[in-house]
Design a protein around this ligand. Structure first.
Ligand code: FAD
Length: 343
């Protein structure tokens, strides 16, 4: 008869970690989520600058699975998630054409993408500003001990014991954490195998001094430098102002990653103008952001999650399932279900 599952530590409070934590708590398990960031949400985030705001990570999400649809229904009713109608276009070598996935539904958090993880985190115990650097399994039952630091002060922190651990961080970081912790087994193997799954992305967060003609919605761009441009200010629940988010192409982002942040942001604005084939209004605000672990190639699916029954250790996150919000959430749910099935 397996030992009872009373307490679980979730490392990482992105969509995967929040989904795992929510399902475990709903099943009556005590859960603590640890995240090194200032709030939960990970790459589903909104940056605020006085009156401006930018969704500089995930731009929208799909709702294809019944489980995700059911989880979102109350949030739709509250207006926390809303359908974004674009319009969505492709922009290839200066030529604008239709939506690459006609009829596809795209959803956003409102008033910003961060509203989505905030809603999923409500009612959970989430310890933010807490980086986990080591996992140790003590001999005693329920013996997972976590070591880390308080990001703000640098003070060493110790947590536990917990009956099980869910690792819900990008696969490269999971690989480093498990290796540093000296852990072996299927979870460590999967993290190692998928360590390179997520590619970097450079972003530019730009506000123009005047609206762009025909500047609504978003463009899926085929270009050496630019991959995506969105009228962030035009998403549902936003101000409507001329605020845009630009994302660099994968190879360009990787090549330019270590270069000057401002220079990269300026290059993305110049690429946007070049791709549209026209000059843009004056820039009123511009900043860059580096996403070291951003996106996996779409369709590159592995396993939804990996659960080690013997160690009571699970790995989830988008690096296992193709790098999308819905995939990350489903991966976290699968990890929780895997642990619960062992009770
Ligand atoms: C630029 C960009 C554009 C994107 N566009 C889209 C899109 O349009 N549609 C879409 O569906 N998806 C998009 N994505 C992908 C989507 O954001 C991710 O698939 C999803 O958010 C991943 O969730 P996750 O929980 O697996 O990981 P994350 O969101 O990365 O969450 C991991 C969390 O773990 C924390 N963490 C890491 N290490 C530690 C540690 N040692 N201790 C404690 N905490 C730690 C981090 O702070 C983070 O909060 C985009 C991503 C980026 C970066």
């Amino acid at each position: 008869m397996p030992a009872p599952l009373r307490s679980v530590a979730v490392v990482g409070g992105g969509l995967a970690g929040l989904a795992a934590a929510g399902a475990l708590q709903q099943a009556g398990v005590g859960v603590t989520v640890f995240d090194k960031g200032r709030s939960a949400g990970g790459r589903v985030t909104t940056r605020r600058r006085e009156a401006l705001q930018f969704d500089h990570g995930a731009q929208f999400f799909t709702v294809r699975t019944p489980a995700f649809a059911a989880a979102l229904r109350p949030l739709q009713d509250q207006g926390v998630v809303q359908r974004w109608h674009g319009p969505f276009r492709t922009l290839e070598r200066g030529v604008v054409s239709g939506d690459p996935r006609p009829g596809a539904e795209r959803w956003v958090g409102a008033p910003g993408m961060s509203a989505l993880p905030r809603a999923f985190a409500a009612g959970l115990t989430v310890v933010v500003g807490s980086r986990i650097d080591g996992l140790r399994r003590a001999a005693a039952p329920g013996g997972w001990l976590l070591a880390g630091i308080d990001v703000a002060t640098g003070a060493a922190l110790a947590h536990g014991p917990f009956d099980a651990v869910v690792v819900a961080i990008p696969t490269a970081q999971a690989h480093a954490l498990l290796r540093t912790s000296g852990l072996a087994g299927p979870v460590a193997d999967a993290a190692a195998a998928r360590a390179d799954a997520l590619q970097p992305c450079l972003a530019a967060l730009v506000a123009f001094a005047a609206p762009l003609a025909d500047g609504d919605g978003a463009w899926f761009v085929t270009d050496d430098e630019l991959a995506w441009a969105a009228h962030d200010g035009g998403k549902p629940g936003r101000s409507g102002g001329p605020v845009y988010v630009l994302h660099g192409a994968g190879a360009w982002s990787a090549q330019q990653f270590a270069q000057d942040l401002d220079g990269n942001a300026q290059a993305l604005v110049a690429a946007f103008a070049r791709c549209l084939g026209r000059s843009l209004p004056q820039v009123a605000h511009l900043e860059g952001h580096r996403w070291r672990y951003a996106l996996a190639a779409e369709g590159e699916l592995a396993r939804a999650c990996v659960v080690d029954a013997d160690q009571r250790l699970a790995l989830c996150g988008d690096g296992l399932v193709g790098g999308r919000v819905e995939g990350a959430w489903g991966s976290g749910l699968a990890a929780a279900e895997g642990l619960l099935a062992m009770r």
